[in-house]
Design a protein around this ligand. Structure first.
Ligand SMILES: [Zn+2]
Length: 394
């Protein structure tokens, strides 16, 4: 409900300034208000946030607010697990980012629950733990799908249907930002990042899944292996493509970890990594041509590019090179670097995903290219076959 409309506010403000006040019902005693970004800015793309802030003293009856901060989309959800904790205490439990063990290849672990957010997307909840082997989908570059698996708390085992990145900030609205709502990339001071396990139950407290309880975490290891195979395969395919296409550049370009012009990074539009392979979409438009790459030559020679990329990738697989993830620290927001020795050089670049431990874990990799009708987009599809004989999962 709007108490003061944009139009109605104008007479109180200088020319061109407007303001809006809406009513939000909170089912608790409160002496505060929620400042929504659309209060002053009409039509702004406004992130939805799960607000657990607002200086309320939360108790078992407190409701908090979730949903998009745009007119007409407010909704409330019960927070039944914050008994006798103030919001400051809740956020104070979230000052240290989640410790992650997936960079070392872990798929199981034990930890303690630090926060349960019920009512996420109505019928689910988010469970945050001190430490986890679960790899979350990145909020800023969502290439690799989040892990799935299960959480066991006491006698209850809950499926984990997705794993997300969430963040809090000491700046501005004190809130828990979920996945694509997070307005910053990593490594920004004042922000802390966490792994959120999505469980398909609206109120985990009803089965005693609450803060402070010990939890056993188990990732679907076969699915993880498939995702890791796809992720490693796409990096190796990209390096091979850069090498094979090095002669197609007419100007000096930024180079990749092996010293070849970095077509993959320069043209990259988006990357999707699933259990059945990886799909990289490259923009082959005017700006790539301006930077000196002959898109005509690529499109004209795509069959031989494809043959040579496949040959190079599978030659590198036979080198049995080790793949390692170097980590700058134990928490989710610490920098992670993919490293692999190829052509006598150590290839390194930033990568937040999971990987096989050696190229010999992949029996073979198939790389294909598809050029859009207007030749403005090229899609590279990379499908690995794992050494244990399994073809990609469906
Ligand atoms: Zn990566």
């Amino acid at each position: 409900m709007t108490n003061v409309s944009y139009e109605g506010s104008r007479s109180h403000y200088a020319e061109g300034v407007e303001f809006r006040v809406s009513t939000v019902q909170l089912l608790t005693a409160t002496g505060t208000y929620i400042e929504a970004p659309d209060q002053r800015y009409r039509g702004e793309a406004v992130a939805s946030v799960v607000l657990i802030a607002l200086g309320l003293r939360a108790n078992s009856q407190t409701r908090h607010h979730t949903g998009s901060l745009s007119p007409g989309t407010w909704s409330t959800h019960s927070v039944s697990c914050f008994a006798d904790m103030t919001v400051e205490q809740i956020l104070s439990r979230l000052t240290v980012g989640t410790r992650v063990t997936f960079p070392g290849g872990a798929t199981t672990g034990t930890s303690t629950i630090v926060l349960v957010v019920p009512g996420y997307k109505e019928s689910s909840a988010l469970v945050l733990t001190e430490e986890t082997p679960f790899h979350p989908v990145s909020h800023s570059w969502p290439d690799q799908e989040g892990d799935r698996g299960s959480l066991t708390v006491g006698k209850a085992t809950l499926p984990v249907v997705d794993t997300l990145t969430v963040a809090t900030t000491t700046d501005g609205i004190r809130a828990l930002y979920v996945d694509s709502e997070i307005p910053v990339r990593k490594v920004v001071s004042g922000w802390t990042f966490f792994v959120a396990h999505v469980v398909p139950i609206a109120d985990p407290a009803s089965i005693d899944v609450v803060e402070g309880r010990p939890v056993a975490l188990a990732v679907d290891a076969d699915r993880r292996r498939a995702l890791s195979a796809s992720h490693t395969a796409t990096h190796v395919a990209a390096l091979a493509m850069n090498k094979v296409c090095a002669h197609m550049w007419r100007k000096v370009a930024d180079t990749d970890a092996l010293g070849n012009p970095d077509l993959d990074r320069i043209a990259m539009e988006r990357s999707t990594i699933t259990i059945s392979g990886a799909t990289d979409t490259y923009r082959f438009g005017k700006s790539l041509r301006k930077s000196g790459f002959s898109t005509d030559q690529f499109c004209g020679e795509v069959d031989s590019v494809s043959a040579m990329v496949n040959q190079q990738v599978n030659e590198w697989l036979r080198s049995r090179a080790r793949v390692a993830i170097e980590v700058a620290g134990p928490t989710l927001d610490a920098a992670r670097t993919w490293t692999c020795e190829l052509d006598g050089r150590v290839a390194k670049f930033p990568c937040g995903g999971t990987h096989v431990v050696g190229l010999d874990d992949l029996a073979s990799v198939s790389v294909t290219y598809e050029i859009s009708d207007d030749a403005h987009e090229v899609v590279m599809r990379t499908v690995p076959t794992r050494q244990d004989g399994s073809t990609p999962l469906r």
